[in-house]
Design a protein around this ligand. Structure first.
Ligand SMILES: [Zn+2]
Length: 409
């Protein structure tokens, strides 16, 4: 059994690093707060008997050797950075549970065939640069030199921030792992939703991580006097946009998992007595199944064109980003379910709507995720909470899953 008290104590210790007067925790990448949290966790890793290092992307790694020196490594981890005024569980739970799992193996004298590394990825959240998952992109060899030129609000680039914290951005490629050198990646994370709570379950198995497709719709009609233009003569792009939004809602709701959101809407020129001339809005469309997401996208675009044609409105759609969903490995899902069964824990399979580091790793190795119940589904907020018991249950399932993966199953 893992030690749930020790895990909880370490979690609470991290809660004081980057704590804000206004509430919550702020730990942005390459800052003194991030350095402090990494140093504290490096100390925990040493207490656990792990060999500690940091790679060229600033990822903090604690390694436990296996019995087979040629065997590929099992990676287990999460992140230690936060959003501004974020919570105490998003990220740290996964890193500290990994440390706890390996410390338990060492205390029990349990050997594994494969080596295991606990990893705390650099900047998962993207809160500082608007560009996240830096450490996992580094491990996967996906970081491009021009991406290191992305700047924060102070005008400091990722490369400059790396250099200021003692890393050499020119050597970022050294963080990339060799193909075949990683057997699996597994992460315990808070659910950040209400599914587990609503079903009264402590842990869940991720089927995948939904990939966001972001589109910008630009509709041009004819601005006119709200009093002097009869309804029959209008080419109102806002009315067309309203119809399209209802199509988005309906098409997403037809599917089991798809979510579609219009989060930004601009109306030009924007006067009480002016029929709008132009409207812009965004769409965030997500699913774990890319074929279904493509199908919903096509249905929305087809109907949007028909609506605009009927109303005499010009439609232009721009692609902002298209990120592929990550599909979790069936074998790892099975290993997690077996671990839950061994613990007497009923579980459920669910997709993640939020993004995670494993999205960057699917080209490198099979990936899997375990979710722990979130109170009221809240995250990225000081009210974020997972009980000590649920943290312990999640860590225990992680422990069993890692053991089975590291023994070749
Ligand atoms: Zn997270």
């Amino acid at each position: 059994m893992i030690n749930a008290d020790r895990l909880w104590d370490r979690l609470m210790q991290l809660g004081s690093i980057g704590a804000q007067e206004a509430g919550g925790i702020t730990r942005l990448s390459f800052t003194p707060e991030e350095r402090a949290v990494k140093d504290r966790v490096a100390g925990f890793m040493k207490e656990a008997g792990l060999a500690v290092r940091e790679d060229a992307a600033g990822n903090l790694i604690g390694r436990r050797e296996g019995t087979n020196p040629q065997a590929s490594v099992v990676l287990v981890g999460s992140h230690l950075d936060s959003v501004p005024n974020g919570g105490n569980f998003d990220g740290p739970l996964g890193v500290l549970s990994g440390v706890e799992a390996l410390q338990t193996m060492n205390e029990q004298g349990i050997e594994t065939e494969h080596p295991i590394e606990v990893i705390a990825f650099t900047d998962e959240e993207g809160a500082r640069f608007g560009f996240g998952m830096i450490g996992s992109r580094g491990i996967a060899g996906l970081l491009r030199p021009e991406e290191l030129e992305i700047r924060d609000e102070q005008g400091i680039s990722i490369a400059e921030a790396m250099a200021a914290s003692g890393l050499d951005p020119a050597h970022i490629g050294k963080a990339a792992r060799e193909p075949g050198s990683v057997k699996a990646y597994i992460e315990l994370h808070i659910e950040q939703g209400k599914v587990l709570e609503s079903r009264n379950l402590a842990v869940g198995v991720a089927s995948g991580v939904a990939g966001p497709l972001w589109l910008k719709f630009v509709l041009e009609g004819e601005a006119g006097h709200a009093g002097a233009t009869p309804m029959s003569l209008r080419k109102d792009p806002l009315a067309a946009a309203a119809e399209i939004m209802l199509v988005i809602e309906r098409e997403a709701a037809h599917q089991e998992i798809t979510v579609g959101t219009v989060g930004k809407l601009q109306v030009f020129p924007g006067g009480v007595n002016i029929i709008p001339g132009r409207v812009e809005f965004t769409l965030d469309l997500r699913d774990v199944n890319i074929a279904i997401r493509d199908q919903v996208e096509q249905a929305i675009l087809g109907e949007a064109e028909a609506i605009c044609a009927r109303r005499g409105v010009r439609l232009q759609v721009e692609l902002l980003q298209r990120i592929n969903p990550a599909v979790c490995s069936e074998d790892i899902q099975a290993a997690i379910r077996a671990a839950c069964a061994a613990e007497g824990l009923e579980t459920v399979t669910l997709p993640s709507g939020a993004g995670h580091d494993c999205m960057q790793l699917t080209g490198l190795c099979p990936v899997g995720m375990i979710f722990a119940r979130s109170k009221d589904g809240i995250s990225h907020n000081l009210a974020e909470y997972t009980s000590k018991e649920d943290c312990g249950r999640g860590a225990q399932v992680l422990y069993r899953t890692v053991l089975s993966l590291a023994n070749g199953k």
